[in-house]
Design a protein around this ligand. Structure first.
Ligand code: SF4
Length: 229
């Protein structure tokens, strides 16, 4: 089985194995919540993001207009649970300004994909991963999101590009995965759920639906077989 076939088989199995609808972003998640989450999750765990987003909602900040009106210091106070609040407040304000310059999310997300991605990348504090999360889950462009979970899974099952940069990974994945929005949405969600629940930093290979396909899992199984019973 070549790398592409192995990756596709793994993604099919993951989507069948996990309840992807438990993924924190669903069809009806607002663009505001996706964008806020995409910035707030930088360098922290999702549980902290949920607390910060809940604090925003409790303060009546549930849309970009309200975010744009809010002072940066007050915003920092609300999002403190997500860590580095001053840094993330400045980033959220910059993103809110971009959205408002285009008349709201609808106006911004109507732009062609390349133009939208360029604008996001030129916004303070938004790198390729954050931009692509916003592109996929908020603007609904069928882009590849690459992240540390994807790299971990691919390296363990034994597929991926020679090099390691974001662009190299994105090109490699883009050339091998089906292009539809639903597939890319659910495929990335499945990888994240799998890496949080099973293929953790210390993986739970015995419970993994990919074990017979996975190079790392095969080595673990061989080691287990050598252990005295
Ligand atoms: S077998 Fe282990 S290392 Fe391989 S994908 Fe599953 S949990 Fe990860």
């Amino acid at each position: 089985m070549d790398g592409r076939d192995k990756l596709l088989e793994c993604l099919d199995r993951l989507q069948a194995h996990y309840d992807i609808d438990r993924w924190h972003w669903r069809e009806d998640t607002s663009p505001f919540d996706v964008c806020a989450g995409a910035v707030l999750v930088q360098h922290t765990a999702w549980a902290n993001v949920e607390k910060a987003v809940a604090a925003l909602h409790a303060a009546g900040i549930s849309d970009v207009e309200a975010l744009a009106r809010l002072g940066e210091a007050e915003l920092a106070g609300l999002i403190r649970p997500a860590g580095t609040p001053a840094v993330k407040a400045r980033r959220l304000k910059a993103l809110a300004a971009l959205v408002m310059e285009h008349g709201g999310f609808q106006g911004l997300f109507r732009l062609p994909g390349g133009e939208l991605r360029g604008l996001l990348l030129s916004t303070h504090g938004i790198g390729p991963e954050t931009a692509d999360v916003i592109m996929l889950y908020a603007a609904r462009h069928a882009v590849i999101v690459h992240d540390a979970y994807t790299a971990r899974l691919c390296r363990r099952i034994g597929v991926g590009p020679e090099g390691g940069g974001y662009d190299a990974w994105q090109r490699w994945l883009d050339a091998r995965l089906p292009g539809g929005l639903a597939y890319r949405w659910r495929g990335h969600a499945a990888i994240v759920v799998h890496c949080k629940e099973t293929c953790r930093a210390k993986p739970r290979c015995a419970a993994c639906p990919l074990r017979d396909l996975c190079d790392y899992g095969a080595r673990e199984a061989a080691t287990d077989a050598l252990r005295p019973g």
